[in-house]
Design a protein around this ligand. Structure first.
Ligand SMILES: *Cc1c(COP(=O)(O)O)cnc(C)c1O
Length: 399
């Protein structure tokens, strides 16, 4: 099907058909896994033309591969962007984007509540290249404006943020970015394009840890960047080619397969999360629940304005602090004690000692990541079984 024909379809249909339909060579309805490192040229001249960019085609899998292209085409459709580029991991995608925009002496401004790996990149790795990350509380837009100067090359926002589900106003950030002529980059891993489409809200670049909901099955590590075609072409030509964090054809295929069910998975993740959040909210051993879908979430109204739904991630604080949290995590039977998120299985973890152990104690306190905070990625099991499991585990917790 032609691209503009596809664009008329709704999200769920694009999830199923957006990678392009039957393989023209064989009629295979599942995109083939082109497990090939290199591609034969028709002639010496043809090879030279491909290298010169005068002809379109595949050369070498680090520069592009047909299975990878199917994934990229579909992700561009789903995010409403011109083009996309897949990477070996979410971190590879994030670092390529940062290096594409920043040189030594430059800085970026970002949310202070971030995925732990992103925080480590910003605070430990970027300074080695003389690039400064200014992490600020982006719920107050003044903080962003105050941090921007003439060396600021991008505004980087994660919303809802990992693990506190803090929401940042994307339309307002897009306006600030336009005013200061810097690109707005959004990590859209938590909501996925099913619940939040940052490009439509004015962002320039959207990126994902596709390891999470995009793949959805806990079997693939990958990343994706979506943006304008010029930017994506430059990312591919320079940063993917040089840094080399290319996705494998098999992993690209697993993501295309995962995307087919993205719409129904996200719907179910959200329904379950809402039920679990409500159960936890009224449980006597729970101090506080963070879920943007609850009216008690400080930015519930903002979440409603920029998101089509609230997703499947919940954080909560148990009375009795860290020890009580550990008791709970050791007592769950159905829910798995593991990091990562967005899988069909429910996963539970302790941010302060696990995913966010890259934060100093002071930084944790600033972002509200307390010792008693537990993060729950609500899967697509039957919500009654999840609530039952949490209920029996909470009975074992001594507060
Ligand atoms: C997991 C995650 C990342 C990093 O992605 P990897 O695929 O693990 O490299 C980045 N951002 C968010 C929000 C994440 O949850």
């Amino acid at each position: 099907m032609e691209n503009n024909e596809m664009k008329r379809y709704s999200f769920a249909t694009l999830c199923v058909h957006g990678s392009g339909g039957a393989d023209p060579a064989t009629g295979a309805i599942s995109v083939p896994i082109y497990q090939s490192s290199t591609f034969k040229f028709k002639s010496a001249r043809h090879g030279a033309q491909l290298f010169a960019g005068e002809k379109e085609g595949y050369v070498y899998t680090r520069l592009g591969n047909p299975t990878q292209s199917a994934l990229e085409k579909e992700m561009a459709f789903l995010e409403g962007g011109e083009a996309a580029l897949a990477f070996a991991s979410g971190m590879a995608a994030i670092s390529a984007v940062v290096f594409a925009y920043c040189r030594a002496g430059d800085n970026l401004v970002s949310t202070n509540t971030l995925y732990g790996g992103t925080h480590n990149l910003f605070m430990e790795t970027l300074p080695r290249f003389n690039i400064e990350a200014r992490e600020v509380d982006t719920t107050n837009l003044e903080n962003i404006i105050n941090a921007i100067d003439d060396k600021t090359r991008l505004l980087y926002i994660e919303t809802p943020a990992n693990p506190t589900l803090t929401i940042t106003d994307l339309r307002a950030c897009a306006k600030i970015a336009r005013d200061y002529k810097i690109p707005l980059v959004v990590d859209n891993t938590f909501p996925t394009p099913y619940f939040q489409r940052p490009l439509e809200l004015g962002a320039d670049v959207v990126l994902h840890s596709a390891t999470k909901y995009i793949g959805g099955h806990g079997d693939t590590v990958a990343g994706v960047v979506v943006g304008k075609k010029d930017f994506i072409d430059e990312l591919r030509a320079n940063f993917l080619r040089d840094l080399g964090a290319v996705i494998s054809p098999l992993n690209a295929w697993l993501l295309v397969r995962g995307l087919k069910t993205l719409a129904i998975r996200m719907e179910r993740h959200q329904q379950n999360a809402m039920k679990v959040a409500k159960f936890l909210q009224f449980h006597p051993k729970i101090k506080r629940v963070w879920y943007p879908g609850l009216t008690t979430h400080p930015q519930h109204e903002l979440a409603k304005k920029q998101m089509a739904g609230f997703g499947g991630m919940i954080s909560f604080e148990i009375k009795g602090g860290r020890r009580a949290g550990e008791q709970l995590m050791n007592a769950v039977k159905l829910i798995t004690l593991a990091v990562s998120l967005g899988d069909v299985d429910s996963l539970i973890e302790h941010p302060a000692s696990m995913t966010h152990s890259t934060y100093s104690e002071e930084e944790l306190a600033k972002c509200g990541i307390t010792e008693s905070l537990v993060r729950l990625s609500v899967g697509i099991e039957d919500a009654r079984d999840l609530i039952q499991d949490l209920s029996q585990a909470l009975r074992k917790v001594k507060v």
